[in-house]
Each structure stands twice: as C-alpha cells, then as structure tokens.
Design a protein around this ligand. Sequence first.
Ligand code: ZN
Length: 354
Amino acid sequence: MPGPNEKLVRLSEAEAARLFEFYGQAETEILNELNKGLLKGNDTRYLQGMLQNVQAILNDLLNGSQQWCEEALPQVYIAGAEAAGEQIEAAGGRVIAGFGAIHQQAARVLAESALNRFNDLTSFIGRRVNDIYRALALENVRGSVVGYKSWQQVAKNYREQLAEQGITGFKDVKGRQWNMRSYADMVSRTTTMEAHLEGTKNRLLEHDRDLVKISRHSNPCPLCRPWEGQILSLTGRTEGYRTLDEAKGFGLFHPRCKHAFGLFLPELAGEPEETKSMSQISRESEAAKKDYLEFTKEQRQVNEARKQWQKYMVRLPNDTPKTFSAFLSMKRANSEKYQELQQLYREVGSAIKG
Ligand SMILES: [Zn+2]
C-alpha cells in the first residue's frame, strides 16, 4: 500500500501531467496553424486570420494555466499540509482546525510565481508567431513592388525551421532553451513538488515540529539516495541535525525528484536512526553524482528521441508511429522499418528544400 507521501507525489505528478497534455495539444494546434499559414503566405488576409487563431489558442492556454495555478497548486499544497496534520494526530498531537493566513499566502505566492512563468512562455510564442506574420506580410508588399514571388523563400525557411525545431527558442532566465511542452513540463513538475513540500513544512512548523524524516523508495533517484531515511531540521533550530536547506544544497529535491518528507518524533522512533557523518554523506554524494550523470544521460537520450519523434510527426504524419513509445522502441531496435522511415524523412526533407 502506498504511504501518504507516495500518494502525494502521485497527486503532484497527475496534476503536472494534466498541464503537460494541455500544452502539448496547444503546441500541435499552433504548429498546424502556422504550417497552413505558411502555405498561403501570399494571402495577407489569411495570415491575419492565422494570427488571430493563434492568439485565441494562446489565450485559452493562459486561462487554463491560470485556473491550474489557482486550483491545482493550492490543492496539492493542502494535500501536503493535510498529510502533515495526519502525522501530527497519529503522534497524539492536536491539529489546528482549518488553514489560516500563512497557508493562504504561501499557496498564493506559489500560484503567482508559476503563473508568471507561463505568462512569459505564452507572450514569447505570441511574439514569435507575430514575427513570422510580419516577415511574410512585408515580403508580400515587396513582391508586389518588384513583381517577384519573394514570399515563397521566406515561407520555406520558416517551414523548415518549424519542422526541424517545433516552436522553440524560448529561453528562461538561466538562458536554457525550451519548447512549449518541455517548459510547461518543467514548471508544472517543480511547482507541484514545491507546493506539496511547502504545505507539509508549513503545517509542521505551525505545530512547532521541526524534525522530518526523508522518505525511502525502492528505486531512489541517485542524488537523493544518501539522504533516504535521514532526519533533518526544517529550520536549523534543533541541534545535532542537518538542515533541509543543507540537504537541498547536495541535490535533494532536484527536478523530477520522487522524495518527500514527513514528521519525525524522536520519542516514537523505535530503532534509533543512524545519523550519517558529513564525510559519509560527502562520500555517498560523490558516488551518487556519477550515477545521476548516467541517469540524466539516459533521460537526455529519451528527450532527444522525443524531439525527433515530434519532427517526424510534423513531416511524416502518416508514416510515423502515433505513440512516442512505439517510436522509441523502433529506434532503439534500429529496425528495418526505422531505417526506412529515416530514409523517407530525408527524402521528403530534400523535396521541401527543393
Ligand atoms: Zn530525488
């Protein structure tokens, strides 16, 4: 049976997946609009319609994101806080009824900062589509002056770019590049994790509980392995324990982390927990980092394959496997069918480039 922490992590993941799906659909719709527009690049009125359609998709996306930030995030936060409440009760403590101002405020801050990030993304996509529109509209004016269909080259360049990269080029504050799906995925996963950890933490602190225990998993993420089962102080006020922030500095609760924490009561703990020495943690962390590099390398390869699949879907919608997992297994096996598909992709590509 899954423990309370595991249920929480699953709730967070389900909420993140919902948003990922939503952004994935919007990205496909916008790409369709753009590709249709680029084929009719000499029809300025059609292009204006395209611009309006994309804007409508982006507005829907932003409304949906806002709803998600205002409903799903607080829900995950409250679930995190409730889990902490149950732990306090199970330990014989009395739980303060309801969720007061500190919780409301914490949930609001989380929602606002997530919404800002989604806002940045949709504004960026809007500007990019507007740039494409403007470039084509200007070429149309130029074409009517010089009597030469110069828009076709511009449209072809954009078509190639979109087929190769999708709608990418969005950079976050750290300068990393994202596409719509990957950015939405990263933001939703990190914010839901934060929301449930913050909920638990604030509820425990509200009841004057400072010590937590890090969850254990059958197949832990490597960076967190050294911290499994360790007891940490939320604030640093309990002597003899390392702090949550210190552990985060070592990589605990990295993006896509599966871990969580729950209340720890020394008086109820049967077996005295072994607290690892700093040198032991450092030693284990070094080893874990190596594993983590392998682990992220594997993840990177899957991400690369996913991007490739998306490009194939755009260029060869009828020949590419409909699901990513089918594409991935075909690619991993390097089957005859996969080689044929690659060949076809190149052929159609050079036909587009003509
Ligand atoms: Zn982890």
